[in-house]
Design a protein around this ligand. Structure first.
Ligand code: GDP
Ligand code: GDP
Length: 455
């Protein structure tokens, strides 16, 4: 029952772990200063979601991978914003709306020492409308004397308040158990009921790259089939648009069309919106303004889509504005700044003139095909055998670690697990990934390779 020194059980376990499907999404929402970021830090067990006393700190990172009791999920932190020109109710509502929309379950954090405020009550109404599972976190219950404050939150009508001290960790375990009960195994809206329905596209990119123009262009030239109304606003959230004879679902279009001009925290809203759209989509069409230098913000958006494991198309918009010189520099910038998505299909478009719009659909189809590719185990191992023979891993400490065998554990995006006789260095892993792409394509998709080493 052993294959080159691995237990069958080990191998099966590794394949199952590596091949996990998309993770369910948990959003942490609530008023400013109730302790959302502190709670997120506690759950992910790191200091990544930095808690800042300084107001107005914008963060671009809003989703994290977390694990509790052996179950993995994504965590959306909505702590990185503050009250703005819209006033507190409107900003809490906007933030909660985006987060709830993207989530499979919600942790609603209330400061138990303050009690339920009118804003909290307004959020409860949003939560009711959305109908997502909710766990009520009564935070800042640092000791037994605070329990009564937590009990008072039954009045919100969201069921049992879980008394928690995010700061000290008190009660967080019990609360997380309740979260796991509420959280579906797989994200329903992304991969559950939607299977077989129209493919879901997120059109993303930093402000002013032309998302709204492109959406209008594609929606006008062809036909907007249906508008689905959001529960809480009258803006269409997801629009069905026919392109190239196929109906596609453009997700979160309200986020594109809605022009809420926020003086503060606008970047943060944009990130949250992007994360929400990416979570709901299968393929991300990333718009880059080719008339301007590729920025750190562009790179962050690309990273977000790559890390979320979505199929990716990069569309260079405003192509009508380019002269020879800018074109030259753009190509150099793409090589250096966007190397992380060198494998993504590329289209050079103009939302203004309609240039190359017809190339969008083939690019999207290519990316989705790469994303769904499954390599038969026999072919994969023949390929691995050849690689190991022609390009062996460098000898380390008198030993030569070898890839013994491998399998594709999952798709959407492709995930591989390789079994090795010793530690495989990062450089060799990158080499393997590169060769995998050369051999099997994977155009438009991130791929994951994990390596298990024989004990
Ligand atoms: P956010 O705006 O909701 O993300 O809130 P933060 O996580 O930034 O926390 C706001 C303040 O409340 C910070 O000063 C935290 O240290 C404090 N805080 C958060 N959780 C607790 C808690 O459980 N007990 C106490 N006493 N303070 C907390
Ligand atoms: P969004 O913020 O990403 O939705 O960007 P918008 O669609 O609002 O576009 C920002 C600005 O860029 C507007 O003034 C558009 O008219 C302009 N724009 C968008 N696409 C193009 C394009 O392909 N060519 C040119 N020249 N301008 C464009």
């Amino acid at each position: 029952a052993a294959e080159e020194g691995f237990d069958v059980e080990d191998v099966e376990g590794a394949i199952e772990e590596a091949g996990h499907g998309p993770l369910p999404v948990l959003a942490v929402i609530g008023r400013p200063n109730v302790g959302k970021s502190t709670l997120v830090n506690r759950i992910i067990g790191r200091r990544e979601a930095v808690v800042e006393d300084r107001p107005g700190v914008t963060r671009d990172r809003v989703t994290y991978e977390a694990e509790w009791s052996g179950r993995r999920f994504k965590l959306v932190d909505t702590g990185g914003w503050e009250q703005d020109v819209l006033g507190i109710d409107a900003s809490v509502a906007a933030q909660a709306e985006y987060a709830i929309e993207a989530a499979d379950a919600v942790v609603f954090v209330v400061d138990a020492t303050v009690g339920a405020t009118d804003t909290d009550t307004a959020v409860v109404r949003l939560l009711r409308k959305a109908g997502k599972p909710v766990v009520l976190c009564a935070n800042k219950v640092d000791g037994p004397s605070g329990e009564a404050d937590a009990t008072a939150l039954w009045a919100l009508g969201l069921g049992e308040p879980h008394p928690v001290s995010a700061l000290h960790g008190r009660g967080t375990g019990d609360m997380l158990d309740a979260v796991l009960d509420a959280l579906p195994e797989a994200p329903a809206q992304t991969f559950g009921t939607a299977i077989g329905g129209p493919r879901r596209i997120a059109l993303i990119g930093r402000p002013n790259v032309g998302k709204s123009s492109l959406l209008n262009k594609v929606a006008n030239e062809d036909r907007v089939v249906v508008n689905e109304l959001a529960g809480t606003t009258r803006d269409p959230v997801d629009e069905l648009i026919e392109l190239g004879g196929i109906t596609w679902k453009f997700v979160d279009t309200a986020g594109i069309r809605k022009r809420v001009h926020l003086q503060q925290g606008a970047d943060y809203y944009a990130s949250l919106r992007t994360a929400a759209a990416v979570e709901k989509a299968e393929v991300a069409v990333i718009l880059i303004d080719s008339s301007e230098s590729i920025s750190v913000q562009d790179q962050r958006i690309v990273t977000m889509a790559v890390e979320a494991g979505r199929a990716i198309v990069v569309a260079y918009n405003k192509w009508d504005t380019l002269d020879e010189e800018r074109r030259y520099y753009l190509e150099r910038e793409i090589e250096t700044e966007l190397a992380q998505v060198a494998w993504a299909p590329r289209v050079n478009v103009s939302a203004t003139t309609g240039r190359h719009m017809e190339k969008l659909v083939p690019a999207i189809e290519t990316a989705l095909a790469g994303w769904e590719t499954r390599v038969p185990t026999g072919r994969l191992n023949a390929f691995l055998g050849e690689i190991v023979a022609s390009h062996p891993h460098p000898v380390r400490g008198g030993k030569q670690p070898r890839i013994l065998f491998g399998t594709q554990a999952g798709t959407k995006p492709p995930r591989f697990v390789f079994f090795a006789s010793g530690f495989i260095e990062a450089g060799y892993r990158r080499f393997l990934e590169r060769r995998l792409r050369e051999e099997f394509g994977f155009e438009g998709t991130p791929i994951h390779v994990s390596v298990r080493v024989r004990e």
